[in-house]
Write a protein that binds this ligand. Structure first.
Ligand code: NAD
Ligand code: UDP
Length: 319
């Protein structure tokens, strides 16, 4: 397997830390860049002993001068709580960040992959979502800083490709979960597991009939690496996610069952612009990358529950 010098922006975050780990296992050199907005040094602490790993504190809204031949651009808060906390910074991270990363890729002639999102489809009127669907995004709503930021980043990637011949990859990632999700980021999987472990009510927003499709992080990382390694004409956009679709209520029931919790459910208002349904069509990823997720939801949830149990135990010991 060829050896690469790989930059992972947002590498100390949830998905980024798993990606850094996998790239090191494959024998590559990894430069992890993060401003620690939602990322943590502890996510990559076990990698510090590797001579092929380097961690750099840097905000990608500012230019970056490093020498690499591959770039995964993951830097951006991904949960509504965090991306809505400072929406202007979120748009800057997506847009200025993309410009800086693309400028770097152009200078060093690196291949560059953008972690886009199913949020570019907004509240979709096409179901399941295929890559040729242009989406239904509210450009002035509370999710717009993220959705429109990511849409503009896609535009920049394709314009750098057409105008400057850059080798690009764009993937639209659907809801991903697993160990190292942030406990306080308000995402449904972590919220439900934490409430269930504490014996507190699980917070169902709206009727709980809205759907999502949850992909385990190891499967997603496999898809990201396959996309990066794919032949030069594979630019995407390409969906990566697990097509197994369930309602939020079904997820809550599953988490309660798997944790053996006595938690009840509490209904809360549905957040603004919350998509009613989401399910990836992954035909393109199957055909082009030979990729499909392998981890069944219950097994992935068990692994994630175990992670949060251990985190709680560490917190308890630390007092
Ligand atoms: P995360 O919040 O755990 O990771 C994002 C990382 O980017 C963090 O480490 C954060 O500190 C860093 N970061 C944020 N702004 C930065 C900046 N300006 N400069 C440098 N670093 C910065 O989120 P995640 O779930 O790991 O998501 C990673 C990527 O995948 C994001 O781009 C996100 O939009 C995308 N994505 C994730 C999901 C999901 O379900 N987790 C779904 C769709 C897309
Ligand atoms: N949700 C919920 N209870 C929670 C957190 C989220 O019912 O405690 C719902 C939320 O309204 C949405 C779905 O779960 O319909 C997924 O939310 P998340 O923030 O995880 O992801 P996204 O909305 O970005 O897909």
């Amino acid at each position: 397997m060829p050896y690469h010098r790989v930059l992972v922006t947002g590498g100390a975050g949830f998905i980024g830390s798993h990606l850094c780990e996998r790239l090191l296992e494959q024998g590559h050199e990894v430069l992890c860049v993060d401003n620690f907005y939602t990322g943590r040094r502890t996510n990559v602490a076990r990698l510090f002993s590797s001579p092929n790993f380097e961690l750099m504190r840097h905000d990608i809204t500012f230019p970056l001068y490093v020498e690499v031949d591959r770039i995964f651009n993951l830097a951006c808060p991904a949960s509504p709580i965090h991306y809505q906390f400072d929406p202007v910074q979120t748009t800057k991270t997506s847009v200025h960040g993309a410009i800086n990363v693309l400028g770097l890729a152009k200078r060093v002639k690196a291949r560059v992959l953008q972690a886009s999102t199913s949020e570019v489809y907004g509240d979709p009127s096409v179901h399941p979502q295929t890559e040729d669907y242009n989406g239904n995004v509210n450009p002035i709503g509370p999710r717009a800083c993220y959705d429109e930021g990511k849409r503009c980043a896609e535009t920049l990637f394709f314009d750098y490709h057409r105008q400057h011949g850059l080798s690009i990859r764009v993937t639209r990632i659907f809801n991903t979960y697993g160990p190292r999700m942030l406990a306080n980021d308000g995402r449904v999987v972590s919220n439900f597991i934490i409430s269930a472990l504490r014996g507190e009510p699980l917070t169902l927003y709206g009727s709980g009939t809205q759907t999502r499709s949850f992909c385990y992080v190891d499967d997603l990382v496999d898809g990201l690496i396959r996309l990066m390694d794919a032949p030069d004409d594979v630019t995407g956009p390409i969906n990566l996610g697990n097509p197994h679709e369930i309602t939020v209520t079904e997820l809550a029931e599953t988490v309660v069952r798997l944790t053996g919790s006595s938690s009840t459910f509490a209904t809360h208002p549905l957040p603004a612009d919350d998509p009613k349904q989401r399910q990836p069509d992954i035909s393109l990823a199957r055909e082009t990358l030979g990729w499909a997720p392998k981890m069944p939801l219950e097994a992935g949830l068990r692994a994630t529950i175990e992670y949060f149990r251990q985190e709680f135990e560490l917190e308890r010991i630390a007092g």
